[in-house]
Design a protein around this ligand. Structure first.
Ligand SMILES: [Zn+2]
Ligand SMILES: [Zn+2]
Length: 423
């Protein structure tokens, strides 16, 4: 029979790798809590319309990368390609904004995009996603960016660069869109078919094009920052002022547009050159109009997403204590021995000792080898003769030393030895 393998672009995280994931998630949760964020958990699947309306029908994500299917001939559903639209949908659905006008929410979980696996891209990837809803103050933008930088630093991810931009409001965007349209008309002969289509439907999306000739043509394109209205301009300046106040260094990149339609005003990206080519590890921005696009009241918002797999590649081993996962292994020889070992391991586990009892019907040699594979520092050997005589052997796996312990003092003695080991 042919073996069944995982789907391309969908990856297993094996036990050797999970300590790093746990370190990352634990660090993220504790720092997000320091900033007053609370966790929200949203479904991995939504009605497709949420993403076409939220992210934008003519974005690459929605057009090319979403996993969309008709559920039993009834309704179009999609696996979530990102978290922001779902979080806002949940907030509106449960009226969370009515109870608390300023919400700080985060979620950690898988996202799905049908990207090219040959480039090493995953189709199920993970994000740490944080959102602040209910304020358009530039103060909040700076604080969200500071949180992101704090988090990356706590994960030991240094050598990162912060780029910011302002994408303006609806008013400045329509002027910019017109300027881009005029500019693109002159370059129409050197644009790819996608960009020709984009130039008619959604001109800003030409900046997402990865085709080299398009990128070259766009070198001289107008930039959004030249089209900002007075309000957007002063908002952007105040964000920069606050970032400086926080001693965060940044570069204004007026060509950064991000790949989603919902962004307004502040957009930002954190890149590193440690992953080969300059690579984004996190990014985000403001989306003051998204709530209205989804049929809600005006709820301005800003947030970011961190790409977990990219961060994991940068987390150093020393940040995750990948020690033995057992404190003690019990090698029980024979049925009487197992009858002793079973309740005794439960007793230790209730005292937070990590215990595993070897399977029955195996030789001592086999059990010691198995114990060695787990990396356990101690093995308790339960032989039937020893059990009848009232004392058992505890073997130190590091130096092979064995000592005899009376069964009446077994629990006390083992606790004492393991505690001194842990200190
Ligand atoms: Zn504006
Ligand atoms: Zn193009």
């Amino acid at each position: 029979m042919v073996k069944i393998t995982a789907i391309r672009g969908f990856k297993d995280v094996l036990p050797e790798e999970t300590p790093k994931w746990q370190f990352m998630e634990y660090t993220a949760r504790s720092i997000l809590a320091n900033y007053g964020f609370r966790e929200i958990r949203i479904p991995v699947m939504e009605k497709t319309e949420l993403f076409t309306r939220g992210i934008g029908e003519t974005t690459d994500i929605v057009e090319k990368e979403m996993y969309t299917f008709i559920d039993r001939g009834e309704e179009s559903l999609s696996l979530r390609p990102e978290a922001t639209a779902s979080i806002l949908r949940a907030v509106l659905e449960h009226n969370l904004h009515a109870v608390n006008p300023v919400l700080k929410l985060y979620t950690i979980g898988p996202m799905f995009r049908r990207e090219r696996p040959q480039k090493g891209r995953l189709r199920q990837f993970h994000q740490i996603d944080a959102e602040v809803l209910g304020s358009e103050e530039p103060y909040v933008d700076a604080e969200v960016i500071a949180l992101l930088m704090h988090l990356l630093h706590a994960l030991g991810v240094n050598h990162v660069a912060l780029e910011i931009n302002s994408l303006g409001c609806a008013a400045c965007r329509s002027k910019f869109r017109e300027a881009i349209r005029i500019f693109l008309d002159a370059y129409v002969h050197s644009l790819c078919p996608d960009c020709i289509r984009r130039s008619k439907n959604n001109p800003l999306r030409v900046f997402d094009c990865k085709v080299e000739t398009c990128r070259e043509s766009l070198m001289n394109a107008p930039v959004i920052t030249d089209y900002l209205c007075g309000d957007c301009q002063s908002h952007f300046l105040r964000v920069q002022e606050y970032l400086s106040l926080l001693s965060l260094s940044f570069v204004v990149n007026s060509r950064m547009v991000r790949g989603l339609d919902y962004y307004t005003r502040t957009a930002f990206e954190v890149t590193t050159d440690l992953l080969g080519a300059q690579n984004a590890v996190a990014g985000g921005g403001r989306y003051d109009g998204l709530s209205e696009d989804l049929g809600g009241p005006r709820i301005p918002g800003i947030g970011f997403a961190i790409g977990c797999e990219r961060i994991l590649a940068l987390i150093k081993e020393e940040h995750t204590h990948n020690g033995p996962y057992l404190d003690i292994f019990i090698a029980a020889l024979g049925e009487e021995a197992q009858k002793f070992a079973l309740p005794f391991s439960q007793l230790l586990r209730r005292k937070h000792i990590k215990v595993e009892t070897g399977p029955g019907g195996k030789s001592l040699k086999w059990l010691l080898k198995q114990a060695d594979r787990t990396g356990t520092p101690y093995v308790l050997i339960v032989g039937e003769n020893e059990l009848n005589a009232g004392s058992l052997i505890l073997r130190n796996m590091k130096n092979g030393e064995q000592r005899l312990i009376s069964t009446s003092q077994l629990e006390e003695a083992i606790m004492k030895i393991l505690r001194s080991e842990q200190n």
